[in-house]
Structures are given as C-alpha cells and as structure tokens.
Design a protein around this ligand. Structure first.
Ligand SMILES: Nc1ncnc2c1ncn2[C@@H]1O[C@H](COP(=O)(O)OP(=O)(O)OP(=O)(O)O)[C@@H](O)[C@H]1O
Ligand SMILES: [Mg+2]
Length: 166
C-alpha cells in the first residue's frame, strides 16, 4: 500500500466536476481540502462539483469581494477561499489552520484554492493538486494528510474512476 496518495486522470471539465461531487457527498464535516495547481487548472470547477455533491443550488464562483464565501444550504456548510489575490498578512488573518475549531463556526467543508500560499497548512487535510496534461485534460493528485483521510480517499475514488495509488 502507498502512503495515501492517488492519481486520477480527468479528461474534461465534467470529470473534474464529478470528482468534486464525490468529495461533496463523502467528506465528513470538518474536512479541509487544500487545492493547488496553476491558473485555470480546474480548482473552482472542482469546488462547484463539491457544491453540487453537498446539495447547494446557489451558483459557486471564486470569492472576490469577500475573503471566504459561505454556502449554508447543503448537507453541511461549504466554506470557499481563494488565496490568489491575498497578501501574506491577509492570509494569516484568516487563521485557516484552525478554521472550524472555533465554536461559532458550524463544521463543514473548507476548500482552499491556492493553498500553497499558506505558511502554516492544517495538520489534517486532503491535498488535491491539478495539472494540465497534453491531452487537454487534467491530472489530479490526491494526498491524505492523516490516517482517516486515506480511507476517505479510497471511498471517494472507489467505483468507476480510474486511479493509481502512488
Ligand atoms: N479536467 C479538465 N479538462 C479540461 N478542462 C478542464 C478540466 N477541468 C476544468 N477545466 C476547465 O478549465 C478552465 C478553468 O477552470 P477553473 O476556473 O475551475 O480553474 P481554476 O484552477 O479555478 O483557475 P484559477 O487559478 O484562475 O482560480 C474552465 O474552462 C474549466 O471548464
Ligand atoms: Mg479558481
């Protein structure tokens, strides 16, 4: 068995959306998803899939005026952050590494675009990196940070999707 890392080919945007749906359906409250990958690699598309998987009808777009977009109508809250335009001080002030530990925040799924910009990433999370491949599709690498996440990723990838454990 590998160290809880998987690679999945995503031939088109629908496949990215579909992976998001699986994550939205299966992640427990309190899950942190650390998204990384170049501009236009499909991070927001994946979060839109997560919204669909959680049962959120409201359209999901990247946070621009608010730092964290909250969607509260689904199975659990979706908190969506995009660190691309934020400076290190703003990123620090969000306290994302302990987000959800605060009692006033209902546990949900925290999806962080451009998470590679965090200086202190959370200790327990799922990392998901998207890369463009020459076919025009994307390669997703999912890494479990923490034991419980390995089992979760196996379930997410489980049926239908072609994946390599690495
Ligand atoms: N697996 C895929 N294959 C081909 N195109 C894809 C795939 N997944 C997403 N796309 C397309 O890539 C484009 C960019 O997607 P998206 O906006 O989700 O990227 P992003 O990573 O959020 O970008 P940014 O870095 O600007 O936030 C969209 O047109 C989307 O449909
Ligand atoms: Mg985006």
């Amino acid at each position: 068995m590998g160290d809880g890392a998987f690679r999945i080919g995503l031939p088109n945007a629908q496949a990215t959306h579909g992976l998001g749906i699986r994550l939205g359906q299966l992640c427990p409250p309190g899950t942190v998803l650390l998204l990384s990958g170049d501009l236009g690699s499909g991070k927001t598309t994946l979060v839109q899939g997560i919204g669909a998987g959680l049962g959120i009808a409201e359209p999901i777009s990247s946070p621009t005026f608010t730092l964290i977009n909250e969607y509260l109508e689904g199975r659990m809250p979706l908190y969506h952050v995009d660190l691309y335009r934020l400076d290190p001080d703003q990123i620090g002030s969000l306290e994302l590494e302990s987000y959800g530990d605060a009692k006033e925040i209902e546990p949900g799924l925290l999806a962080i675009e451009w998470s590679e910009r965090m200086l202190q990433p959370p200790r327990s999370a799922i990392r998901l990196r998207l890369e463009a491949i020459t076919s025009g599709g994307r390669l997703a690498t999912l890494t479990a940070v923490g034991e419980e996440h390995t089992a979760l990723l196996k379930e997410v990838i489980g049926d239908g999707l072609l994946a390599d454990e690495i």
